[in-house]
Design a protein around this ligand. Structure first.
Ligand SMILES: [Zn+2]
Length: 472
């Protein structure tokens, strides 16, 4: 007799969607069948959709060091509320994650209050010895994050936006040659390099020559133009080709380079692409109306980019969507457009945003389990334990009501500082129940778990871009 089962839901498996029964024992999926099996607890899934627990590959929990903005317990609880059962945490906390001893220490601290499972990105910086990069790979870093064109503080490895006016010692931004060498090392460590693809020198030049009013959204777009993403991506493709490294472009906001990326992939360049929900939901006019709440880098661009990114998802050129969850203290975020920091929270609304887009006809619902589960799991070495509803996988499961709606409030958002543009927004669809390895975290839209049981997930296979599912 099985421990429990979800019966009669529309189950989204790699084979498609079908009304089935899913049975769970010891935290794993043990049978998916049209037949009813004996089990101790039955959950009625009639009229509901059952999706795999989803993976947010891009989360900044601000922990350690910046916990007045967000912390690990809040970000992982917010993830669970939104149907995310695994997060990949970005390394640019304070200090940033740059060595194996630190990684082990962080795993220990995070495991004490992780509501969902997690992997850890390490930073890639030109001052890191090859032996340290290899050690981080062996210690279980999911991959390396490279901030293209940014200098780093020499002690904390935090980003330095304006090295000319920075008083403490800095590690200069890596040259293109440095980046090539770092990619070669990451390739030897069998880890993906995630790239923030904005050319800081273009941004600095534009900042010095802006014809626009200081606090206008037009100025933000001028200072962070599509060309700064496009030019970086063009060079990155060639460095990936030359090094054989697995590269991953994070938070793509410009749709211009999708044809070139697709062509490079056909030629065997190992490159994957992630965009973020805010680039799919809104265009620059809407972002301007939200003010600093929607300020992000790269910025939310003109409608043609939003439409191009949606088309890129439909065509399979965009592999996954990550939230780039980047909360700030509301006092800082409520400053003027130019003074407010860039970054939008989003781990709780990642899946909800995509469901909202799908229910409104802007996205095929069937793409969601690929974008948010299968593709991230395959790319980052978590497949087949994570990433799909299949026998032998962890019972990370999400029961969804497509006919419901979700009003985002200060109460039901679990991030440390719920804020706009999400607060007050109503999205189509509802996350009802969320299970992590068979245990309920969320029931009826309420967070019910008592003890944090999230586990660290080192990648267990060598990443391989050819594994990423693509409908094209
Ligand atoms: Zn980010």
């Amino acid at each position: 007799m099985y421990e429990w089962g979800i019966e009669q839901a529309t189950v989204w498996t790699p084979a498609g969607a079908q009304k089935q029964n899913v049975y769970v024992d010891k935290g794993q999926i043990v049978e998916i069948t049209g037949a009813l099996r004996p089990c101790r607890v039955r959950v009625d899934g009639q009229g509901k959709d059952l999706l795999p627990g989803m993976i947010d590959v891009h989360v900044h929990s601000r922990d350690p060091g910046l916990t007045e903005e967000e912390d690990w317990a809040h970000s992982t609880m917010a993830a669970a509320m939104g149907g995310i059962t695994t997060i990949l945490e970005m390394p640019n906390s304070r200090p940033a994650l740059t060595n194996a001893a630190q990684l082990r220490e962080r795993v220990g601290a995070f495991q004490e209050n992780a509501w969902v499972d997690f992997g850890l990105w390490a930073l890639l910086s030109p001052d890191m010895a090859e032996s340290e990069i290899m050690a981080l790979g062996s210690a279980g870093a999911v991959g390396f994050k490279l901030f293209w064109g940014y200098a780093l503080d020499a002690v904390t490895h935090t980003l330095v936006y304006d090295p000319a006016r920075y008083t403490a010692p800095v590690i200069p931004a890596p040259s293109v040659g440095d980046v090539l060498s770092l990619l070669e090392t990451a390739q030897r460590a069998s880890r993906v390099v995630a790239v923030h693809a904005e050319d800081a020198s273009i941004i600095r030049h534009r900042q010095q020559h802006s014809p626009y009013e200081v606090d206008s959204y037009a100025r933000l777009l001028w200072e962070h133009p599509a060309v700064s993403e496009n030019a970086t991506i063009a060079v990155l493709i060639e460095l990936a080709r030359a090094s054989g490294a697995a590269v991953h472009i994070v938070h793509l906001a410009s749709s211009d380079m999708l044809p070139l990326i697709a062509q490079a992939r056909k030629q065997g360049v190992d490159i994957t692409v992630e965009t973020a929900p805010h680039y799919l939901l809104w265009d620059a006019d809407q972002a301007a109306s939200f003010g600093a709440a929607a300020k992000a880098f790269p910025p939310i661009r003109e409608a043609r980019h939003r439409d191009g990114l949606r088309e890129g998802i439909a065509a399979g050129f965009i592999d996954m969507v990550g939230s780039d969850h980047a909360p700030h203290d509301p006092a800082r975020k409520s400053r003027s457009l130019v003074e407010a920091p860039a970054g939008i929270p989003g781990v709780q609304t990642l899946f909800l945003s995509l469901m909202h887009l799908a229910l409104g006809g802007a996205l095929d619902f069937a793409r969601i389990p690929e974008l948010l589960a299968a593709a991230p799991a395959k790319r980052f070495g978590l497949w087949p334990r994570k990433g799909a509803i299949q026998v032998g996988a962890d019972a990370d499961l999400v029961i969804v009501n497509r006919r419901g709606t979700t009003l985002l409030t200060d109460n039901n958002q679990k991030t440390l500082h719920p804020q706009k543009p999400w607060t007050g927004l109503t999205l189509m669809g509802q996350v009802e129940d969320v299970y992590l390895r068979g245990k309920a975290l969320v029931h009826g839209g309420e967070f019910i778990a008592q003890n944090p049981q999230g586990q660290f997930l080192p990648p267990h296979v060598i990443p391989d871009g050819s594994e990423v599912s693509s409908p094209v």
